[in-house]
Design a protein around this ligand. Sequence first.
Ligand SMILES: *Cc1c(COP(=O)(O)O)cnc(C)c1O
Length: 380
Amino acid sequence: MEEIIPVCEPTLAGNEKKYADECITTNWISSQGRFIEEFERAFAQFCKVKHGVSCCNGTIALHLGLVALGINKGDEVILPTFTMAACVNAILYTGATPVFVDADKETWCIDAAKIEEKVTRKTKAIMPVHIYGHPCNMDTIMGIAKKHGLAVIEDGAEAHGAEHKGKKVGGIGHIGCFSFYANKIITTGEGGMVVTNSDELANKARSLKNLCFGKGDERFMHTGLGYNYRMTNIQAAIGLAQMEKANELVQARRRHAQSYTQLLKGVTGLTLPTEKQWAKNAYWMYGIVLGDEIRMSKQDFMKKMAEQGIETRPFFIPLHQQPYLKDGTLKNAPDCSGVYEAAEWLGKRGLYLPSSSSLKESQIKRVCDAVKGIVEETRQ
Ligand SMILES: *Cc1c(COP(=O)(O)O)cnc(C)c1O
């Protein structure tokens, strides 16, 4: 069989090894050391925001951001149902109640036009998630937030480097949260970051992620209920090396998406990712959605791709369809009733193709030939 094309793998060809080695040779392997601050500064600069607060992963970045914003039991937080469990879980950890909104059929992000009808007197925040690299409609979202006095916590885990009207995602809302998991555009293995332009929110997040220690002699007089959400210097070392080529990593993703779209746009029955004219899509993962005219289940389609040595992954299963949120064990469980047509369509018929930044043009060609071949087969 031909060489297997993985769905996503990290690009660690720069100074990652050298910097990680430095942590070991200097003994700075825990959460202090030069790389933490340097990585935070580099990533904040990349997002064009004032502050970056590193933490252990993206799920925790969301929790940290919500706690810093003061989200608590009894509050409601609006988020898309078409996203990853980390988003809803982070809200549940605070005791607040998540409230779902359907996806937009074109961008696959939260349908901004359906947010306002979900705002109640309990609503405290909106969590737009920039799905698969496409930015949400932030103008509408910020407008609703302003009108109702809500906080906006952006989840940019899939959209490092994406832009809305020339502004980097993460720096548009009050807080932006990122993940550096191994398949994300910029990685530290496991890792996360909260970014913000607010001195107050940055200070809060910084204190909360480190057990709310007191200052100076009062170190062990804790100022609140904190967490140990610290990133290690080794993770930050890898992160700093990644930042040295962050723009290239995003550019590679965009170039590959262009090639995919070029090769697949003539195939009837496939919905491809879009890039609204106000958006710069970071194309974390290149997704396709199978139309009804392709008479094959997504699972069978993926199996046929795998038989040709091509890895794919299914889209998220919408959160309102998750049994653990519906079985009655959670006190602050979201209302999972109702139909979310776009999200259900994406969950049922969407999958993504190999999307590593290190992908080669010849591999993209092979993937597209396989897709076309399988679609063709279903027509016979
Ligand atoms: C990856 C991801 C997260 C969670 O990040 P982890 O680092 O895996 O905890 C959160 N939100 C979205 C949209 C993600 O894709």
